[in-house]
Design a protein around this ligand. Structure first.
Ligand code: XMP
Length: 485
């Protein structure tokens, strides 16, 4: 018999949260630390969407510095996606594990070229066994002839400050303070190069005290894969590049293909790799993916701002109900859920977390920022960026036909693609830096938590009571009966 689930239809606008007795005096008492997946903790409950108009390395770096995590999209070749992951891992890296080296018999011209190409300011000079002989910085070669040998201009090892492998961050800071050097090479007992600490990287670390970092102090980043056979190869490259989590990113995650992909990853990598899977919108979906080994499940079928799944397929669950239902199941399975799509304001983040999500995934609100891929477009004197659903016609055409010629040919017969599209292309207003956007969303979240008397996200989940509102209630919630300036 066909069932109608009448209590399963709440969206963010259908509810408000009851204010609760609060002893929170300052918003600084509030912690927004949360579990993203398995062992991975992040300091703010925000992940960026795995979409080609939202997350590549620039977005992931900014978000991780603010305390969240970016998910690098999968709509580029695996090697390029892995390079995007590597860029995040290299940014603000306190200990560079494989510093660039040069041999002493190369010329200053070659050294200059290498530093310019890689955008670095110094090279470690090593022999054929990777033993440290000296260091060559941009400053050393400022007035030198291109033909001069590296060995003649380098600062020799005997005049350098060197550290051994197990140096701590505090010890490194002391060395910088005392010897006024800018780089500390790390060597083992046989004088073989094991790493490099630079003063600039240490300063960056100090500048972002809330950043999400892995145990080695590098920024955290996740990366998406699909469910086709060759996606395990993609995952392998992403893991080798340092991805902290692999996100199986499909519109309908409650499928045998998704379950099989989770199992394959877990069989290959066990607990070393945190796997996020989705999307689902039912408790059964959460249970099945968690039982297959998922370390977190992404929730949301059709709530996204550029999604048309609900219109095209008639399928979906209003997002607040989906989170409530999935959150309960996830708690029993002891995994977190990520509420994906439909976040329009900070208030929606508060509601999503109160309903049971541990973090939210955001597309549109980040798509208009400097860090999203793509150029700023000026239209009628206003600035915009392009934001598109990954199942929109142009996104589908773009990934299927990679060359310009193939793409143009496909466009001639693009009508078939339009039948399958479940997303749209859109303009979103240009909004400046992603960091400002995140700060604004966080201020709202902290405000919500203080109204709920919650110092942590877990406390907020326990303290929350939703009230249903009517259309009149929604009208009352907006600025009304005034002309907003
Ligand atoms: P927001 O609301 O933040 O949502 O823009 C971002 C999420 O939307 C999902 N997404 C899609 N859903 N068709 C869909 O039905 C699409 O073409 C599409 N593209 C993205 C995705 O879950 C993302 O994180």
């Amino acid at each position: 018999m066909v069932k109608v689930l009448e209590d399963f239809g709440l969206s963010f606008d259908d509810v408000l949260l009851l204010p609760r007795k609060s002893s929170v005096v300052s918003r600084r008492e509030i912690s927004t630390t949360t579990r993203f997946a398995g062992k991975i903790m992040i300091n703010i409950p925000i992940a960026s969407a795995a979409m080609d108009t939202v997350t590549e390395s620039a977005m992931a770096i900014t978000l991780a510095r603010e305390g969240g995590i970016g998910v690098i999209h999968r709509f580029i070749p695996p090697e390029r996606q892995a390079e995007e992951v590597a860029k995040v891992k290299r940014a603000d890296n306190v200990i560079i594990e494989k510093p660039t080296t040069i041999s002493p018999d190369k010329t200053v011209g070659e050294a200059r070229e290498l530093m310019k190409t890689l955008g670095i300011s110094g090279l470690l000079v090593v022999d054929s066994e990777n033993r440290l002989l000296g260091i060559l910085t941009k400053r050393d070669v400022l007035f030198e002839d291109d033909k001069m040998l590296v060995s003649k201009c380098m600062t020799p090892r005997s005049s350098m400050v060197i550290a051994e492998s197990d140096i701590s961050i505090e010890e490194a800071k002391n060395i910088f303070r005392r010897y006024k050097v800018e780089k500390i090479p790390i060597v083992d007992k046989d004088n073989r190069v094991k790493g490099l600490i630079t003063c600039v990287d240490l300063l960056k670390r100090e500048a972002y005290p809330n950043a999400s970092r892995d145990p080695k102090g590098r920024l955290m980043v996740a990366a998406a894969i699909g469910v086709k056979e060759n996606e395990i190869y993609r995952a392998k490259l992403l893991i080798e590049a340092g991805a902290d989590a692999i996100v199986i990113d499909v519109a309908h995650g409650h499928t045998t293909m998704c379950i099989e992909t989770i199992k394959k990853l877990k069989n290959l990598y066990g607990d070393d790799v945190q796997v996020v899977a989705g999307n689902v919108a039912t408790a059964e979906g959460v249970e099945d993916l968690a039982s297959a080994g998922a370390d977190a499940v992404k929730v949301g079928v059709g709530p996204g701002s550029v999604c048309t799944t609900r219109i095209v397929a008639g399928v979906g669950v209003p997002q607040l109900s989906a989170i409530l239902e999935c959150g309960e199941a996830a708690e029993k399975m002891d995994i977190p859920i990520i509420a994906d799509g439909g976040i329009r304001e900070s208030g929606d983040i508060v509601k999503a977390l109160a309903a049971g999500a541990s973090s939210v995934m955001i597309g549109r609100l980040l798509a208009g920022t400097d860090e999203s891929p793509g150029a700023i477009i000026v239209k009628n004197g206003r600035r915009y960026k392009i934001y598109r659903g990954m199942a929109s016609i142009y996104a589908m055409l773009g990934r299927e036909f990679r060359s310009r010629e193939e793409f143009s040919e496909a466009l001639i017969d693009s009508s078939e693609y339009s039948y399958y599209a479940e997303g749209v292309e859109a303009y979103v207003p240009y909004t400046g830096s992603a960091s400002e956007m995140i700060k604004k969303l966080l201020a709202g979240l902290r405000s919500g938590m203080s109204y709920l008397g919650a110092r942590t996200i877990d406390e907020m989940k326990r303290n929350s009571i939703f009230v249903r509102v009517t259309q009149a209630g929604i009208r009352e919630s907006m600025p009304h009966d005034v002309e907003v300036i």
